[in-house]
Design a protein around this ligand. Structure first.
Ligand code: FUB
Ligand code: ZN
Length: 657
């Protein structure tokens, strides 16, 4: 049987390298200083709620106390440990791309600290070790114990893969073994699961690196057990003599918040907390792949379709309400009160990646790309040291300041949050883009992301190199060249993004007319050294409309060029952006502005702005009259750049006359 293996993807892309360098040189050191309480910053609550601990991070300090190196109490969210783990995972990916002895030394010292904080039976969680050892695994709906464990295991696997640190992997295995001893359907074991999915993803990754089937079985147990006994969480709470909640404000949530309202195989809509749903789906999709589990894959299809076709914003944001950071109903996509948590979009990228392992469908990569170029990048400021938790599509500064229902819709990116899940999630995503660029299926290479890179591929022991060169996302030409010692046969599948209305492909300068199948054009042939493929995508500016069921967007249009969704900001266009209308005469012009936002494509358009006559000054309602308009030149910037110039209005959906 023939085999194909992707060995290494070296990203040298001008667009992404800028971000990867920023993360390596600014974000990772900055986050390290925050985790050590050494950054001189104001930590913000992600929304107005007194109970959110936001004096400091204390995350590393918690480990020192748990390890017995210091005295004191745990501080922060019950899942504060996960901030350190996600940071460590980001460091691992960064080291894999760019070795850095000093950074590795710091990360090694973190591994040493974690080993000291780990209890002898493998348990690792600073909150419970320091404050509440008797409540270990007793309040799983809030405790995040397995969520934190999962994040460590993912970090440990990544760090082991990057540095061969056996110690990092051993901590992960010990922790997984401790969980395996405690959970299951055996006598005396807990027949339940965590309130926040994550361990399920991590155990599968641990299985992939160790080959130990016990980890796969444990992940499967958690997934299949979920929702089987709808009273599991309630029963745990009843049995716990200590009634103090671990996280304030969470008691209001229903079973669907945790995706335990039904067994997972019976779930057909995305319900509850958006990040939880995406992590659940990520694990289910990988289990479906690893175990050839058709039923799991069916659930993944249903939830994918429900999210992507009925519950997702044009930017890729998901989660329509702040209450429970959650999904609501089909087509309920308000633009200004919504959530769109950065982590939820990161989770969608993970889900899409695992769906791509199962199926050769470009739709998954299309969503991955939408999330990446819009929400993931919007999640961080251009300095790499400020972050959005919530990614709205419409903002009016005064409303965010005065409406308690919009306190989560921040106007600029805070330096850190009381609940700081998003910043380190972004770091681990953006340092590991090489993991998302291609998928290999049998003898085929599928391109998911277009970005300049060199990839080493092993085909039946023969080493080939594929070089990709592009100025994506600003230009739609992508050039590949094949480097091989001898002729080799394989299929190279080019994704034609769903936004590209036209495309051309040239092989060694000759036009190729292949059909698109499931979003890919497959070039299956014998390749010789020096062969080239050129793909040209449609980089025209397109206006997009939403499904008419989306009330908030009815009769409105959004502007997209390539994968980038555009927005208008008050800084360029003044206030009252809601008055802007496009007309039949509106023409859009694109120009690359090298000196703005580190170099971005800007769009200008001749639009019209509704006039507000003086009668409106004292009137809230009056009989409908014909509206007057004035011509304006509208400036649109990539959505991900918004809020980098201070507080101002922002809008994505515009009226069209
Ligand atoms: O609960 C852990 C993480 O914190 C979630 O994934 C985020 O939504 C935030 O609530
Ligand atoms: Zn988050």
């Amino acid at each position: 049987m023939s085999s194909m293996h992707l060995n290494h993807v070296k990203i040298t892309d001008p667009f992404w390298l800028h971000y990867m360098d920023l993360i390596r040189t600014e974000m990772i050191p900055y986050q390290w200083s925050v985790l050590n309480d050494k950054a001189d910053i104001i930590i913000e609550k992600e929304r107005d709620a007194d109970y959110i601990p936001s004096d400091k991070s204390h995350a590393i300090e918690n480990f020192k106390i748990a390890a017995g190196l210091k005295k004191g109490h745990h501080y922060g969210m019950v899942f504060q440990d996960s901030d350190v783990y996600k940071w460590l995972e980001a460091v691992a990916y960064s080291l894999q791309q760019v070795p850095d002895d000093a950074l590795q030394k710091i990360a090694d010292s973190v591994i040493d600290l974690l080993a000291q904080a780990q209890e002898t039976d493998g348990y690792l969680n600073t909150y419970f070790t320091i404050e509440d050892p008797k409540r270990r695994f007793k309040r799983l709906y809030q405790s995040h114990e397995l969520y934190c464990a999962g994040h460590y295991i993912e970090a440990g696997v990544a760090y082991y893969s990057a540095t061969k640190s056996q110690k990092a992997l051993d901590i992960a295995c010990k922790l997984a073994d401790c969980i395996r001893a405690a959970f299951g359907d055996g006598k005396g074991q807990i027949q339940g699961y965590d309130g926040h999915e994550e361990i399920e993803i991590a155990l599968l990754r641990l299985y992939e690196v160790t080959g130990n089937k016990n980890y796969l079985e444990l992940s499967k147990f958690f997934l299949y057990e979920r929702g089987k006994n709808p009273d599991f969480f309630k029963d745990q709470v009843k049995a716990d003599p200590n009634k103090k909640p671990l996280i304030e404000g969470m008691d209001q949530f229903k079973a669907s918040y945790y995706q335990v309202h039904k067994p997972v195989l019976e779930q057909d809509t995305a319900e509850g907390h958006a990040v939880r749903v995406t992590y659940l789906c990520t694990a289910m999709a990988n289990l479906a792949y690893l175990n050839q589990d058709e039923k799991m894959l069916e659930v993944c299809h249903r939830l994918w379709d429900n999210i992507v076709h009925k519950r997702m914003y044009i930017t890729g944001a998901i989660g329509s309400t702040v209450i429970g950071e959650a999904f609501t109903a089909d087509y309920d996509l308000p633009n200004d009160t919504m959530y769109g948590e950065t982590c939820a979009s990161v989770g969608m990228i993970f889900f899409a990646t695992n769906m791509l392992k199962n199926e050769r469908k470009a739709e998954y990569a299309d969503v991955m790309e939408r999330e990446l170029y819009n929400i993931a990048l919007s999640g961080m400021a251009l300095d790499g040291k400020h972050f959005f938790y919530v990614n709205p599509l419409e903002v009016v500064p005064e409303y965010s300041k005065k409406d308690p229902g919009k306190s989560h819709v921040k106007l600029t990116r805070p330096a850190w949050f009381g609940c700081a899940c998003c910043p380190t999630n972004l770091a681990r995503l953006l340092t590991s883009l090489d993991r998302y660029a291609y998928t290999i299926h049998d003898q085929s290479i599928y391109t998911n992301l277009y970005l300049t890179n060199q990839s080493n591929i092993d085909i039946d022991g023969q080493k080939i190199r594929i070089e990709q060169i592009t100025n994506y996302p600003w230009e739609g030409t992508v050039q590949f060249s094949i480097h091989t010692n001898q002729a080799v046969r394989f299929s190279f599948a080019l994704r034609i993004p769903n936004w590209s209305k036209t495309y051309s492909i040239f092989i060694n300068g000759e036009r190729h007319t292949g059909k698109i199948v499931n979003g890919y054009v497959s070039l299956d042939r014998q390749w010789n050294d020096g062969d080239t493929i050129v793909l040209e995508l449609d980089m025209k500016i397109h206006l997009w409309t939403a499904n008419p069921h989306v009330r908030s967007d009815l009769n409105k249009v959004a502007v997209q060029r390539g994968p980038i969704v555009y927005c208008a900001e008050g800084k360029d266009n003044g206030s009252d952006l809601q008055l802007i209308h496009f007309t039949e005469q509106t023409k859009f012009q694109y120009q690359f502005a090298a000196n703005q936002f580190n170099g971005v494509g800007i769009i200008t358009a001749n639009a019209e702005k509704m006039k507000i006559d003086s009668q409106w000054e004292q009137t809230l309602y009056r009989e409908a009259v014909k509206q007057e308009f004035s011509p304006i030149t509208l400036t649109l910037i990539p959505y991900y750049c918004w809020a980098n110039r201070g507080e101002n209005e922002m809008l994505i959906w515009f009226h069209k006359k």
